[in-house]
Design a protein around this ligand. Structure first.
Ligand code: NAD
Ligand code: DAU
Length: 356
């Protein structure tokens, strides 16, 4: 099998590529624009592998997409390319609409035209796997979980753009018969996550003795999933998922943000103690809330577990500990990003007065 992975230089896409290649599950074509968020170092090890090819392409570029499909003739597409950071979508939604909505449309058009030309077994085998987020379902109160039947109620420009892309994929399946499957996942963490996201930002700031900015009161809850557990789930959905279905993927690890940040302080203290032995919890600083901040996410992944037999291997405790250790060991990687691409500044407050 040859899989065309869009966004394969990103945090999750690179974990998927490592899973596909190290497990000898498929050959890979990585199609990525290489935006600010790309981390090609995460797949450096595989760059010369005979089963790996790279194309620097914007998914909004129809002719370039058609050429890539014609040249590589994939058996499946895993679509992860996206603008992924909620705070940036609040500052400026333009790139989110372009990549997540228009880019998904161009990719669907290209994949559908390509699939229609396939014959027999090749046409029957073809899959389009769209990777999306639990944020399309909106926010939960204190109780309940998102299931595949939960109505869509996106609240941020990011989640609205992902909801739009989910609807496009559904329509291309229902209208044109494209053999598509979608998965909606909770918050990922693990190696090579860009330091704009909560967990890597807090690890790095704690190491650097900088303030740890917790939005609002820190009571918002996320359901944390280790990126390698997600990558295994995605491979399972690609190879065994039913056409036209959606599958939720969650870690069963609900945590309040303030508790996540507290745990990170304790882990950094354990692995790199301060000279005076005090706790880094004194760096925690409550800051203005994110506009439209969803209170709680919790994902019911029982469909994926029961139908396809997937379950996470990491607990949040084991996964967070190895993630903190990984960032300590990969200082050169994140220092390069801090120097050239993102210095850790607050994002997502561009229009605070407009927010409800
Ligand atoms: P990321 O921001 O780390 O990586 C995105 C990748 O897509 C980058 O390599 C970037 O260069 C590429 N890209 C962006 N625009 C592109 C374009 N126009 N053309 C081609 N490539 C482009 O994102 P991630 O965290 O790895 O997320 C991957 C996917 O998973 C996204 O679709 C996201 O919505 C979804 N998702 C993420 C999470 C999470 O917690 N990170 C959870 C659920 C779902
Ligand atoms: O739920 C899946 C989604 O998870 C994905 O679709 C997104 O691509 C991914 O970015 C993530 O979105 P979140 O907004 O939940 O992730 P983020 O890491 O930005 O924030 C996690 C929580 O931490 C959220 O409640 C906001 C809060 N936060 C975040 C940052 C960066 C802080 O309190 N302080 C911070 O500095």
């Amino acid at each position: 099998m040859k899989v065309l992975v869009t966004g394969g230089a990103g945090f999750i896409g690179s974990a998927v590529i490592r899973a596909l290649l190290s497990g000898r599950i498929a050959r890979v074509v990585n199609l990525d624009k290489l935006t600010y968020a790309a981390t090609p170092e995460a797949i450096e090890h595989w760059a010369e592998d005979a089963g790996y090819a790279f194309e620097q392409i914007d998914i909004c570029d129809g002719p370039a997409l058609r050429a890539a499909f014609a040249d590589h003739r994939p058996d499946a597409v895993m679509h992860l390319a996206a603008e992924s950071h909620v705070d940036r979508s609040i500052d400026d939604a333009g790139d989110f609409i372009q990549t997540n909505v228009v880019g998904t449309y161009r990719l669907l058009e290209t994949a559908t035209a390509y699939w229609r030309e396939l014959e027999g077994e090749a046409a029957a085998r073809f899959r389009f796997h769209h990777i999306s987020t639990d944020e399309v379902y909106g926010a939960l109160g204190a109780e309940g979980h998102f299931t595949e039947e939960t109505p869509y109620q996106p609240n941020s420009p990011y989640s609205a753009s992902k909801a739009a892309s989910d609807h496009l994929v559904r329509a291309w399946n229902r209208t044109y018969g494209l053999p598509a499957v979608t998965s909606n996942c909770s918050n990922n963490y693990g190696p090579y996550q860009f330091p704009e996201k909560l967990i890597p930002l807090m690890i790095i700031n704690a190491l650097e003795e900088k303030p740890l900015p917790v939005y609002g009161k820190g009571e918002n809850v996320r359901d944390w999933l280790h990126v390698e557990d997600h990558a295994r789930a995605l491979v399972t959905v690609l190879t065994e998922g039913r056409i036209g279905e959606t599958y939720n993927v969650g870690g069963d690890s609900e945590e309040r943000n303030i508790d996540v940040v507290g745990r990170i302080c304790d882990l950094v203290d354990e692995l790199r103690p301060r000279a005076d032995g005090t706790s880094r919890r004194d760096l925690i600083t409550f800051v203005a809330d994110r506009p439209g901040h969803d209170l709680r996410y919790a994902v019911d992944s029982s469909k994926l577990r029961a139908a396809l037999g997937w379950k996470p291997r990491e607990t949040f405790e084991s996964g967070l500990k190895s993630t903190v250790a990984w960032y300590l060991e990969h200082e050169a990687w994140w220092r390069g990003i801090l120097e050239r691409r993102y210095k850790g500044e607050r994002l997502g407050l561009a229009n605070p007065k407009k927010a409800g």
